[in-house]
Write a new protein. Structure first.
Length: 140
């Protein structure tokens, strides 16, 4: 359906906005005052404390990048890795659904996974800076 094909750029924008807002919402409390508590949580699950800074930067900074569509594939890769670690270290034991389940990080990880391969699309800073108006993977 050619009509729906023309909406690919909006679909990619919607995916980026949803994932970016979610990640910023989860990263902002860590970046703006919650790092000591988050470092303790990260150490409590058996990871080095410095990884808390990496996770907070991924969530907050990566969320901003993904919304802007700047270095979107790199940010999406970072989200995929973070969600895989979160599922493995925190959520898996709680099952798919219910309190602490892995359905939400799985959904975020899958959105990020799709963005790695689809790119940010033509409504993005990646398009402006790196493609010079040429086609993106979302355009046919």
């Amino acid at each position: 359906m050619k009509f729906l094909d023309r909406l690919h750029p909006l679909a990619l924008l919607a995916l980026r906005l949803a994932l970016g807002v979610i990640m910023i919402a989860h990263g902002a409390p860590k970046v703006f005052g919650g790092m000591p508590k988050f470092i303790a949580i990260v150490q409590n699950i058996g990871l080095p404390g410095w990884m808390a800074y990496l996770a907070a930067a991924t969530e907050f900074g990566g969320g901003i990048l993904i919304i802007a569509g700047l270095l979107a594939r790199l940010a999406a890769l970072a989200f995929c890795i973070e969600m895989a670690v979160a599922i493995d270290k925190v959520h898996w034991k709680n099952g798919l659904k219910g309190p602490g389940g892995y359905e939400f990080p799985l959904a975020c990880g899958i959105i990020a996974f799709a963005l790695i391969f689809l790119g940010a699309g033509p409504i993005s800073l990646d398009e402006v800076f790196f493609r010079g108006g040429g086609g993106s993977p979302a355009r046919k």
